[in-house]
Design a protein around this ligand. Sequence first.
Ligand SMILES: [Zn+2]
Length: 227
Amino acid sequence: MHVVAISPHLDDAAFSIGGLLAAHRRRGDRVTIVTCFTGNVARPQGFALACQLDKGLAPDVDYMALRRDEDRAAAAVIEAEVVHLPHLEAPHRGYASAAELFSARRDDDDILPVLTRSIAEQIASLVPDLLLGPMAIGDHVDHWLVRDAIAATSTSALFWEDWPYLTRAAPAGLSQAACVHALDDADRAAQLAMCAAYTTQIGFQFGSADRLTAAIAAIDEERLHAL
Ligand SMILES: [Zn+2]
């Protein structure tokens, strides 16, 4: 069985369904994590640069290269394969503040057809038995784009509840989960090791490594939904 997770950013699949992916690998299934927004710009400016500086990284550090390395280290924890698509994250497509990342799609953001083609190519070549993507809970614009691109390509994909945008309590208005994976200790340990590999994101997302550990310890299950 081949499980393919289409992740918006370098960390989302591990954060949201790391335990589920680890369980599939332990069962002997093949797992591929395709991350969509991993492209570089030579000299980030404005908000894009601020997103790097606020992680404590100097302006001349190649932030995306660092994050691609983190992603390879995270995948290596469970011996998953990775694919890095070179699309640019929202701060490089004109979204100029944290608030804009979580609001309406910009009129000049024309990435959806390009992203849809690119994801369709991956699905055609990877031939997943189980295709997974983000529900876009939390409303990050990049997560919605990936959800829409997957939905335009596949009718059988299942969508994960984005974590840590919301806690694991199911948000109101969600359909009943099509699949619920209860985490065991081995899943949690693998998920923690995967998430800890994204060292540039831990302070920003969780505050500290201890808080990341506590947050993962509090996860009982990972839920997937059909659209
Ligand atoms: Zn994300």
